[in-house]
Design a protein around this ligand. Structure first.
Ligand SMILES: [Fe+2]
Ligand SMILES: [Fe+2]
Length: 174
């Protein structure tokens, strides 16, 4: 059985993962409106990952005999001044999520819930990956500078990212 305190904290994080999905869908929509199909598809894959993170929490709460609580999902922004800004905001958001996962881990540690600590370790590793994925593209965008014709090239390059269901037996998140 999971403690009420940890259940509440996980349910709050489940909501943040759902918000992440909503945010990246909004970013995908932004790129669609700019006819940048590669970036739009990349963000769509990212949104799909966030849904996976959400569902992993959803299943875990039940596995531990808890109850999921649904909170309102905040509306994400829908406009950005440039693709660079989108990825800056994306990275900023991932850094925030890393802090939230760390806080959640602190709750599990405080409660001495070792099973939850092991479970949350997957998210800790996943966040390392998430920050580096956003960081890589942001670096490329920064190198290009404003009004560069390299942007359509990058748009084509990133279409290679596809959604792949992570291996459920892999507990490291990588
Ligand atoms: Fe996530
Ligand atoms: Fe994420």
């Amino acid at each position: 059985m999971i403690s009420k305190n940890l259940e509440e904290a996980i349910n709050r994080q489940l909501n943040r993962e759902l918000y992440s999905m909503y945010l990246y869908l909004s970013m995908s929509d932004y790129f669609e409106s700019k006819s940048m199909k590669g970036f739009a598809s990349w963000m769509r894959v990212q949104a799909r990952e966030e849904l996976y993170h959400t569902m992993k929490f959803f299943d875990y709460v039940h596995e531990r005999g808890g109850k999921v609580k649904m909170y309102d999902v905040e509306a994400p922004p829908s406009k950005w001044p440039s693709p660079l800004k989108v990825f800056e905001e994306g990275l900023k958001h991932e850094r925030l999520v890393t802090r939230l996962i760390k806080d959640l881990m602190d709750v599990a540690n405080k409660e001495k819930d070792h099973a939850a600590v092991t479970f949350l370790q997957w998210y800790v590793s996943e966040q390392v990956e998430e920050e580096s994925t956003f960081g890589e593209i942001l670096d490329k965008l920064k190198l290009m500078g404003k009004g560069s014709d390299a942007l359509p090239m990058l748009d084509r390059e990133i279409t290679t990212r596809h959604w792949k269901e992570p291996d459920p037996t892999n507990t490291t998140g990588l």
